[in-house]
Design a protein around this ligand. Structure first.
Ligand code: CMC
Length: 425
């Protein structure tokens, strides 16, 4: 914090002196908290210029394509670390020591199983319920199972809830898939790693073990890792806002899952595959590029562009590597759908409109392709994003609750009718 300030002048009069706070990296912020009493609010729909909180967890420099978790660049974490280590880093603030890592992994394993009533709860969903709808309901319902960790004023209970969420998300995600395809649930196998276990529960059956290819396990772990956190995006902000009312962690994460579902956010990886299927053939690419540029047409090239990254998405660079590796391991380089994806990537990267507007493929362009290649059905893509992002959501929620906070209550610019007389009949 510094003594710098900004003066706001309205109609030529200085209204108020506003303090400027300095972060450790990135933009400074003008503190407008005191403005309300002067008869003015600020107006920033879409929050393009508004910092809604202070946070130590993740830093993004969108102009230069930088993403740091607790100070560590995402490329370094993807190379040298793994998803569970990044979970520890995000939640606890530092990388674990060797002993802490072993301990943390053991704790997460210990919590992988879900209460048997969760199975019964899923059975109530229609056979073709979208897995995101089921997951949202299941996570909300966790508050009715784990009463012993709902006291949000107790750090130990907050930590137990975080561990339960991180551990049980893959189990519940896979259960949603099994319900959707009408197969029996496969229980977690705690001898497997986090990513291996997820693939085992997704693709194994009670009759047959599923052999997990190490390259696919690595790609799956990377997908979780690269989605682990992304600062104050729509779903994380939703979790914070829900949490600011004192709601329990499971309810808050369910709110985050709902916000993630939309195609402009976590639903993009599913939308990428739907779009590729719709384009169908390389010869149709120009027609779709034309539509993407047409302001009158709502069509957008899914998996391209980002609110914050205006250079490149550093997660996409890493994900692209994994994408090439998975396609090669599975011998799918010549599969028509993946060839179409590569062609679209190449053409869009060279197209003036996309180059000028700095619309690069984002992480979900490549994660969608990898998931499809692994054999994961498209309706599970956003569920997998939610599974990886759970640690980010719970870390932000915990950070907020651990510090002084107020209920979030945005204001508005009212443009409706002035007071009206009720018509006499
Ligand atoms: N296809 C065509 N035009 C686009 C696209 C696109 N995918 N993305 C942005 N534009 C245009 C947009 O119309 C605007 O044009 P103009 O300046 O002429 O009005 C310009 O580029 C700037 O975009 P914007 O509207 O300011 O971008 P935004 O910050 O509002 O939206 C976005 C960001 C991610 C919602 C958007 O780029 C988009 O819809 N992309 C496709 C969906 C997608 O892939 N989402 C996943 C994001 S990564 C995962 C995550 O973090 O959730």
């Amino acid at each position: 914090m510094t003594k710098r300030s900004a003066k706001l002048s309205v109609d030529g009069k200085a209204v108020i002196e506003l303090p400027i706070h300095e972060g450790s990296l990135g933009y400074d912020v003008i503190d407008i908290g005191r403005l309300g009493g002067n008869g003015l609010f600020t107006y920033d729909p879409g929050f393009s210029s508004t910092a809604a909180c202070q946070s130590d967890i993740t830093y993004i420099d969108g102009e230069n394509g930088v993403l740091l978790h607790r100070g560590y660049p995402i490329e370094v974490l993807a190379e040298k670390s793994d998803y569970l280590e990044v979970c520890y880093l995000l939640f606890e603030g530092n990388l674990p020591t060797a002993d802490q890592k072993v301990d943390f992994e053991r704790t997460i394993r210990y919590h992988t199983m879900v209460n048997r009533s969760i199975e019964l709860f899923i059975s109530g969903f229609r056979y073709d319920a979208h897995p995101m709808a089921m997951l949202c309901g299941l996570v909300g319902a966790m508050s009715s199972f784990y009463h012993d960790s709902l006291d949000i004023t107790d750090q130990q209970q907050r930590t137990i809830s975080a561990h339960r969420l991180i551990a049980k998300m893959p189990t519940m995600a896979a259960m949603c898939h099994k319900h959707y395809i009408g197969q029996p649930y496969v229980y977690p196998d705690n001898s497997l790693s986090y990513a291996e276990n997820f693939l085992h529960m997704m693709f194994g059956t009670p009759c047959e073990e599923y052999e997990v290819h190490p390259a696919l396990t690595k790609a799956m772990d990377r997908i979780f890792l690269l989605h682990a956190d992304h600062e104050q995006n729509a779903s994380t902000s939703t979790v914070r806002l829900a949490g600011s009312s004192g709601a329990n962690p499971f309810a808050c994460i369910a709110a985050g899952i709902a916000a993630l579902w939309g195609p402009a956010h976590g639903g993009a990886n599913e939308a990428v595959l739907n779009m590729l299927n719709e384009i169908g053939d390389e010869k149709n690419i120009p027609k779709y590029l034309k539509r993407a540029k047409d302001k009158q047409d709502p069509f957008r090239l899914m998996g391209f562009g980002h609110r914050v990254y205006k250079n490149h998405d550093p997660r996409a660079t890493v994900m692209r590597e994994s994408c090439d590796e998975v396609l090669s391991v599975l011998g799918l380089e010549n599969d028509p759908l993946f060839k179409l994806a590569k062609k679209l990537e190449q053409i869009a990267l060279e197209d003036d409109y996309f180059v000028e507007k700095k619309l690069y493929p984002n992480v979900d362009f490549y994660s969608g392709i990898i998931l499809k290649a692994i054999g994961i059905p498209v309706e599970m893509f956003t569920v997998i994003f939610a599974t990886g992002r759970t640690v980010g959501w719970i870390s932000h929620w915990n950070e907020m609750i651990s510090n002084p906070y107020r209920i979030g209550r945005p204001r508005q610019l009212y443009t409706g009718a002035k007071t009206r007389e009720f018509p006499e009949v």
